[in-house]
Ligand binder design. Structure first.
Ligand code: PEP
Ligand code: MN
Length: 285
């Protein structure tokens, strides 16, 4: 049986269009601090959508660490659909993230939304995140690539798999192979129940098309906290190398994405709940 778990990366001839991303080789493992993304250990990236204060961040950071998260996330620069929504605290938030890293020893992942901020964000972040809205901001991708930092490249919510892989190719073409692809849902025609449609088929396709690690963000895909657990199970069953989950100490008060954010205790339940599945796959966190 060929499964995506006992995986062999890129079993067929790589497409010419994304020659570096589609290269035939073993799964790329990306080192982040003591952790490695793309190996047998599953990466759990968790934390608030945006950094709101020292207390909020630290409380989330300590809780996710205790529950088993391996990387802390938190937005300092937020790419909001409306210009009137909270845009993130910027530099002060980066400093708070650095402080939270010092206290928890968790590496930090944070988004960079503009080419001008790349060097600043790279000074603080262990992993740069390029969000869905910027997947095709090619100059931003190139500039972020040049920092040499690992990059989480989220799928544009209207992007085809090929367009996504070509965006990753922009990064690899700059000599940075440390790209983690993140499926976060694509635009849905049925927005009554979920924020996006989680494309798990894409995860299976990517297992064959690329050597890059693939993670899934059920939070933005679902847009609601109660679907995070089943979607996480689905993602891991497809062989995803990690999850990115939003956690807030008090989701009702969140300045961004509260509806989809888990409380620390809900997050702990999700982590405990995925462990039996990982055991059947001979994987762990
Ligand atoms: C986020 O991770 O907070 C975010 C803005 O995600 P996306 O780019 O997938 O919408
Ligand atoms: Mn969010």
């Amino acid at each position: 049986m060929t499964t995506c778990i006992t995986e062999k990366a890129t079993q067929k001839e790589p497409s010419k269009a994304y020659q570096l991303v589609g290269r035939q080789k073993e799964r790329t493992k990306i080192k982040v601090g003591h952790y490695e993304i793309g190996g047998e250990k599953v990466a759990i990236i968790a934390g608030p959508c945006s950094v709101e204060s020292n207390e909020q961040l630290l409380s989330a950071a300590l809780a996710v660490k205790e529950a088993g998260a391996t990387i802390l996330r938190g937005g300092a620069f937020k790419p909001r659909t409306s210009p009137y929504d909270f845009q993130g605290l910027g530099l002060p938030a980066l400093k708070m993230l650095a402080e939270a890293r010092k206290i928890t020893s968790l590496p930090i992942a944070t988004e960079v939304v503009d080419s001008e901020d790349v060097d600043l964000v790279a000074e603080y972040a262990d992993i740069l995140q390029i969000g869905s809205r910027n997947m095709s901001a090619f100059r931003l991708l190139q500039k972020a690539a040049k920092t040499g930092k690992p990059i989480i490249l989220k799928r544009g919510f209207q992007a085809t798999i090929k367009e996504w892989l070509l965006s990753a190719e922009y990064i690899l073409a700059q000599g940075n192979e440390n790209v983690i692809l993140c499926e976060r849902g694509i635009r849905t025609f049925d927005s009554e129940f979920t924020r996006n449609t989680l494309d798990l088929g894409a995860v299976s396709v990517l297992m064959k098309e690329t050597h890059l690690p693939i993670i899934v963000d059920p939070s933005h895909a679902a847009g609601r906290a109660d679907l995070i657990y089943p979607m996480s199970l689905g993602a891991l069953a497809m062989g995803a190398h990690g999850l990115m989950i939003e956690v807030h100490p008090n989701p009702n008060k969140a300045l961004c994405d509260g509806k989809q954010s888990l409380t620390p205790s809900q997050f702990k339940e999700v982590i405990e709940g995925i462990k039996p599945l990982l055991a059947t796959q001979k994987r762990s966190i």
